[in-house]
Unconditional design. Structure first.
Length: 307
């Protein structure tokens, strides 16, 4: 509070309003906002880019809420090799200062590295059966997440993020990413016209999106939100994939295609820019000023159980 401020003489409610005004004024004088990218969708959901939020202010708001962020990650077969970098870099950059509970699904618990976790950071390892097709591993995540939320998370977490393991954090991923339903814009498709999006185009699949429809192309490698919304998302995608299996069709990009269909009819309340999942090859973009999480380069033929 300013030393010469007469409002300090008044009652606490007024002082609190005054504090708020000071915070807001400071906030506005920070010149937040970007003119080179869209930072809001046509349905008025924020699109989070560096320069659109005040990390200190937003941290202080969420600090009052005592939240837990459940984070799921799958590492089956040779993908356990990605765990060390994923977890170590997450401890450095991901929701630092907030309670995080990693739920790690693997078919080889003995391969999980011993990573030192910070205070109020927890890791639970869960065994899942091995699978022969990477597509099945990737798609099976929806049902496992659905059941995890139903059976375990209700009493322990407020938000959930589901992340690919073949990734590494390089910059802050914090509470600015939290929302009811959160999608991440795919790093290859944020600056291309809609007809380029690789949606499922066969009407026989439940993931079908006709030409001329769709807002953004979202990655399947990172999504999240409230437990209730992510439960509905995972349940719906699991049901739609089961219908596809019964009809002997597999969507072009597997659960990512179903996720995109879901987001078309259930609009995310917040979008994260490709800063929140960058490409696996080093390639700069003027609009991406900070890389927070990035796919790491991998030799698919070598790490996957099938082609
Ligand atoms: N995955 C796994 N073992 C595999 C294949 C996939 O654990 O053999 C999991 C892992 O979490 C991975 C995710 O499924 O991050 C998605 O697969 P992948 O990363 O290969 O898909 P891409 O990002 O290359 O499309
Ligand atoms: Mn991946």
């Amino acid at each position: 509070m300013d030393g010469d401020c007469c409002l300090t003489m008044l009652n606490p409610a007024v002082v609190s309003i005054h504090n708020c005004v000071l915070v807001c004024r400071n906030h506005l004088t920070g010149n937040l906002g970007r003119t080179d990218v869209a930072s809001v969708t046509p349905w008025l959901a924020p699109i989070v880019w560096e320069g659109t939020f005040d990390s200190t202010l937003i941290d202080s708001i969420y600090k009052q809420q005592n939240i837990t962020i459940a984070t799921t990650v799958f590492a089956l077969g040779k993908y356990t090799r990605f765990l060390k970098d994923f977890l170590e870099s997450a401890e450095e950059h991901y929701f630092v200062g907030f309670r995080v509970h990693y739920h790690l699904f693997t078919d080889q618990a003995e391969e999980v590295p011993n990573v030192k976790l910070g205070q109020e950071r927890y890791l639970t390892v869960k065994k899942v059966p091995s699978m022969n097709r990477w597509q099945d591993i990737s798609m099976s995540r929806m049902e496992i997440l659905e059941k995890l939320i139903e059976n375990e998370l209700a009493s322990e977490a407020d938000y959930i993020f589901c992340l690919d393991v073949d990734t590494k954090f390089y910059g802050r991923w914090g509470v600015e990413s939290l929302g009811r339903l959160v999608g991440v814009i795919h790093p290859w498709f944020f600056n291309v016209p809609r007809f380029i999006f690789t949606y499922e185009r066969r009407p026989e699949s439940q993931a079908y999106i006709p030409a001329g429809e769709g807002d953004y192309y979202f990655t399947g490698a990172a999504f999240g939100g409230s437990l209730e919304d992510v439960h509905h998302l995972t349940k719906t995608c699991r049901e739609q994939m089961n219908i596809d299996i019964a009809n002997s069709i597999e969507a072009i990009w597997h659960e990512e295609s179903h996720l995109n269909k879901y987001f078309l009819y259930n609009k995310p309340s917040k979008l994260l820019s490709p800063e929140y999942l960058w490409r696996d090859i080093s390639m700069s973009s003027g609009q991406v000023k900070i890389i927070r999480l990035s796919h790491v380069a991998k030799n698919n033929a070598e790490v996957r159980p099938n082609l």
